[in-house]
Design a protein around this ligand. Structure first.
Ligand code: ZN
Length: 68
């Protein structure tokens, strides 16, 4: 629940193009994401290996796949 609240706050900062709030909210979302993973017995450092070589589809960083 805290995680979705933080994502909501990040969405608002992005919508408002508020850089200071974005910095704070990106950090909060990341912290909660790692916490949720940890509580679920998942090590984030093992899961993000999926993206270390770029997008799994286009192989680019950042992804250049077109949104549908
Ligand atoms: Zn891509």
């Amino acid at each position: 629940m805290w995680f979705t609240e933080e994502v909501g706050e990040l969405s608002r900062a992005l919508r408002e193009n508020n850089k200071e709030e974005m910095k704070k909210e990106f950090a909060d979302v990341l912290a909660w994401l790692f916490t949720l993973a940890s509580l679920s017995g998942i090590k984030m450092e093992e899961t993000i290996v999926k993206y270390t070589a770029g997008c799994p589809v286009c192989k680019e960083i950042p992804c250049i796949c077109k949104e549908n």
